[in-house]
Ligand binder design. Structure first.
Ligand SMILES: Nc1ncnc2c1ncn2[C@@H]1O[C@H](COP(=O)(O)OP(=O)(O)O)[C@@H](O)[C@H]1O
Ligand SMILES: [Mg+2]
Length: 240
């Protein structure tokens, strides 16, 4: 869906979040992701987009935040919801309070008005909130469906920063509740088998995979076998 080169992320330890000045090439990359996303969606009233990956640390949260901001800059009314209840980072990345948040709303402890933060970047944000003992059940609950239905009434786009598909079922339980899924694949971290398994899991859960965002892309991908380079990264699109 979009390819960002390593030179766009010179300081790996610092997130390149579009709340501050980022290099022109980075802003352009997220703009082209926004355009590709808009073109890949049917003419729905509201679009609920899940951002996930096969493992942690592939760039899901940065992609979710920057895509949300990029959509808002285009005049869309956007809400970003941190659904990675095991490793939530949206609040930290956007420098807002972590609580109350999504879980507090789901458990009826707070109202939508209490948990929605109006961020200066132009997006609304719901942080993860207090971490429950059973994240998969919480995300898969009928209350989560109700919350998403409510958000659909009030926003043009609902962006979900989801957990990785990995071993637990958190990301897959969200799959049937959303309009489309973007799978973030980080070169050097994502293994062929893991991404393949993630695609299968999301498809089994009736998820609509819209496309891929390749992060930390570098041409001399030494961590991959010739087979992976040839058959996998060049043919991701054929898998959906
Ligand atoms: N497109 C990208 N290219 C290179 N590094 C990136 C990119 N997007 C995010 N990162 C970096 O990768 C790390 C993990 O990003 P994060 O979004 O928190 O991952 P995840 O949510 O998948 O765990 C962070 O240090 C972040 O700055
Ligand atoms: Mg994250």
């Amino acid at each position: 869906m979009s390819i960002f080169s390593k030179k766009n992320h010179p300081k790996r330890e610092k997130d390149l979040i579009m709340t501050k000045d980022v290099p022109f090439s980075v802003e352009e990359a997220y703009k082209s992701l926004r355009t590709n996303l808009i073109f890949s969606l049917p003419e729905d009233k509201c679009k609920v987009i899940e951002i996930t990956s096969s493992t942690q640390n592939e760039g899901k949260s940065v992609t979710a935040v920057n895509l949300a901001i990029s959509l808002a800059k285009n005049g869309e009314k956007v809400i970003l919801i941190d659904c990675d209840l095991r490793l939530s980072t949206v609040a930290r990345k956007l420098k807002i309070k972590q609580k109350p948040g999504l879980t507090d709303l789901l458990f009826g402890l707070n109202s939508a008005l209490d948990v929605i933060c109006h961020h200066p970047s132009g997006i609304d944000v719901i942080p993860a909130g207090n971490i429950p003992p059973n994240p998969s059940e919480t995300l898969g609950s009928s209350r989560m469906t109700t919350v998403l239905e409510f958000m659909k009434e009030h926003y043009d786009f609902v962006i979900l920063d989801a957990p990785p598909v990995g071993i637990v079922t958190d990301a897959a339980v969200l799959a049937p509740k959303v309009s489309g899924i973007i799978l973030v694949v980080r070169q050097g971290i994502a293994r062929y088998e893991e991404v393949d398994a993630a695609i299968n899991k999301l498809k089994l859960a009736h998820g609509n995979i819209l496309g891929f965002v390749l992060t930390d892309a570098h041409i001399d991908a030494k961590n991959y076998t010739a087979r992976e380079k040839k058959t996998f990264f060049s043919s991701l699109k054929d898998r959906i």
